[in-house]
Design a binder for this molecule. Structure first.
Ligand code: SF4
Ligand code: FE
Length: 491
C-alpha cells in the first residue's frame, strides 16, 4: 500500500496499544477521546489531501528508493524544488486545519537522519545508513506517521548530560546487548506522538566524549513496551468535553503534545542509527532543527492565513471593515505573514545537496525564518485582538446562546451588522480566541517561540553562519582600507 487514505490511517491507529495517561486517567484508545480526536483529524488531513487530484503535486512525491508515488511526509528531498514544495504543502495544511498537523517532525527527522547516517558511515565505516534506508522503505511502503523526538528534559541546564544529578535527564543507553540496546530517559513536548506509528529518537544537544551513552538515535514502534505517554494539557482543552462546538472555536482540528517516558525500552540493532558517535550528535541536532525551522515558514503561515481571514470577517461582521486603520492593520498582518513565507521559500530554494543526495535547506536563511517566527505570529495575534475587540474574551457560552430565555437576548445585543447572524459573529470570535489564547495557541504562539529551538538557539546559528569577517572584507575593499581582507563569504 503506497498511499493510505485517512480512514485507513485511523484504523491503523486503532490497533496501537499506547500506555497513555490524560488528566490522571489511563486512556485505552486515544482515537475516540474527545480531547485528543481533533489532533488525529489534523494528521488525517495529510492522508486525505494526498488523494485529492487538486493537491497531488504538493502532497505526493516519487520515492528515490522505490520509484513509487509516496506521501511527501515520507519523502527525502531530492532537489530544491522538493524543499519548496514541502513548505507550500505545510502552508496548505495550515490553511485547511488552522492547527498543527504534526506529521512534519517525522519528515524533518528522517531527512536529517538520512544525511547524518550517510556521513557517519563514510567517515567511520559504521553501518547505520543501510539500516535507516530499510526503515525508510517501511515508512514509505506503509505510509506511516513518525514522531521525531528530540527534546530531553535537560534538568540543570548548566550541566552536560553525564554531570546531571539524575542521569536520566537526557535519554541514554543503559545496556548494550548482542541483539540490541536498552534505553532510558524521556522526551518532552512530543508533537503528535499519539498519532504516530513509530517514534524516531535523536539526541538533543551536541555531546562530548563523556556523554557518549547519550549520543543515541533509534526508532521504536510508538506503543513499545516501556514507553509511557502523559498528555499535555492545553488552554481551554476541557471545552471539548462540553458537547457543543461553538465554544471550542475549531472543533474539528487541533494538535497535541505529550511527555514521553522510556523505561528500559529494548531496541534491536537494526533500528539503531547512532550509538556512541558523539561527534555527530551536534550535526544531527543542527540539521533536524534547520529542517524544522524551515517548516515553520509554511505551517505557521497557513494558520496565519486562517487568523487573518477570521480577523477580516470579525471586522466585516461589526461594520468596521471600511475603517482605514482596520484596513491598514490587515495589510500589516499580511505583510508579516508573507515575510515568514518568503523566508520559508528562500531557505528552500537556496537548499543544496548533501553527500547522501538528500537536499538540505540553507541554514542561515532557515534560522532567520524561525527567528522571525518567534516574533511575527505574536504581532499578528496582537493585531487580531485589536481588530476583534474585547468581545472574544467576554462573550457568553454556547449554552447561553441556546437557552430559550436568554438566548434571544444574546442574539439581540451581540449582533453586529444587519444580515449577519449573531451566531456567525460569535463563531468567528471563538476561532480568534482559539488561535490566540486557546488550544491552537500552543502551536501558533508558544510553539512559534520555542518549537524547533528557542530564539537564542537561532541567534547562535545566525552568528555562526553570518560570516561577519567576509562582510568586513567587502567593506575594507570598497573603503580602500589597507590590509584588505580577501576572504569571500557567500553572504
Ligand atoms: Fe508541522 Fe508546524 Fe506542527 Fe511542527 S508546528 S509539526 S511544522 S504543523
Ligand atoms: Fe514544532
Amino acid at each position: 500500500m503506497a498511499l493510505m487514505t485517512g480512514a485507513q490511517y485511523e484504523e491503523s491507529l486503532r490497533k496501537m496499544r499506547f500506555n497513555l495517561y490524560l488528566q490522571g486517567e489511563k486512556v485505552e484508545c486515544p482515537v475516540d477521546h474527545p480531547i485528543i480526536r481533533p489532533s488525529l483529524n489534523a494528521v488525517k488531513m495529510t492522508y486525505d489531501l494526498a488523494h485529492d487530484p487538486a493537491h497531488e503535486e504538493l502532497m505526493t512525491a516519487t520515492s528515490h528508493l522505490s520509484g513509487e508515488k509516496v506521501n511527501r511526509f515520507t519523502h527525502l528531498h531530492q532537489n530544491a524544488d522538493d524543499l519548496v514544495k514541502k513548505v507550500k504543502m505545510q502552508r496548505l495544511l495550515g490553511q485547511k486545519t488552522g492547527s498543527c498537523f504534526q506529521r512534519c517532525v517525522g519528515m524533518d527527522a528522517m531527512n536529517a537522519v538520512d544525511t547524518v547516517t550517510f556521513e557517519m558511515d563514510r567517515d567511520l565505516g559504521t553501518q547505520y545508513h543501510a539500516r535507516f534506508e530499510q526503515f525508510l522503505r517501511l515508512v514509505q511502503d506503509e505510509d506511516l506517521t513518525i514522531d521525531g523526538a528530540m527534546t530531553d528534559p535537560k534538568g540543570d541546564r548548566s550541566l552536560p548530560p553525564h554531570k546531571q544529578a539524575d542521569p536520566d535527564m537526557y535519554l541514554r543507553v543503559v545496556e548494550k546487548r548482542p541483539d540490541g540496546i536498552v534505553v532510558r530517559g524521556a522526551k518532552c513536548h512530543q508533537t503528535g506522538a499519539l498519532n504516530s506509528h513509530w517514534i524516531l529518537v535523536m539526541p538533543t544537544i551536541s555531546m562530548g566524549e563523556e556523554d557518549a551513552d547519550y549520543a543515541v538515535c533509534f526508532v521504536a514502534p510508538a506503543d513499545s513496551a516501556g514507553i509511557t505517554y502523559i498528555y499535555g494539557r492545553q488552554s481551554c482543552d476541557t471545552r471539548k468535553l462540553e458537547g457543543g462546538a461553538l465554544d471550542v472555536g475549531n472543533a474539528t482540528f487541533g494538535g497535541h503534545e505529550s511527555l514521553v517516558i522510556f523505561e528500559d525500552v529494548f531496541v534491536p540493532w537494526e533500528n539503531v542509527f547512532m550509538c556512541g558517535e558523539y561527534r555527530y550528535s551536534g550535526m544531527l541536532v543542527e540539521r533536524f532543527a534547520g529542517y524544522h525551522r524551515q517548516s515553520y515558514g509554511g505551517c505557521k503561515v497557513g494558520v496565519g492565513d486562517v487568523l487573518i481571514g477570521a480577523t477580516a470577517l470579525a471586522a466585516e461582521y461589526n461594520g468596521a471593515a471600511k475603517a482605514s486603520h482596520v484596513k491598514d492593520k490587515l495589510i500589516e498582518m499580511v505583510h508579516l505573514n508573507e515575510t515568514l513565507y518568503a523566508c520559508g521559500i528562500a531557505c528552500s530554494a537556496a537548499g543544496a545537496r548533501t553527500a547522501s543526495g538528500t537536499y538540505l535547506i540553507d541554514m542561515l536563511l532557515a534560522n532567520v525564518c524561525k527567528q522571525n517566527v518567534t516574533r511575527f505570529p505574536y504581532e499578528i495575534a496582537r493585531l487580531a485582538e485589536d481588530i476583534a475587540g474585547g468581545l472574544f474574551v467576554t462573550m457568553p457560552s454556547e449554552k447561553d446562546l441556546r437557552h430559550p430565555e436568554i438566548g434571544p437576548k444574546i442574539e439581540k445585543y451581540l449582533g453586529g451588522t444587519s444580515g449577519v447572524p449573531t451566531e456567525d459573529r460569535l463563531r468567528v470570535l471563538r476561532l480568534i480566541e482559539n488561535l490566540t489564547l486557546g488550544t491552537a495557541a500552543v502551536g501558533y504562539r508558544t510553539e512559534s517561540m520555542h518549537g524547533a529551538g528557542s530564539p537564542q538557539a537561532q541567534r547562535i546559528m545566525i552568528a555562526r553562519q553570518g560570516n561577519i569577517e567576509a562582510k568586513k572584507g567587502l567593506a575594507k575593499k570598497i573603503a580602500g582600507v589597507a590590509g584588505e581582507d580577501t576572504k569571500q563569504g557567500k553572504n
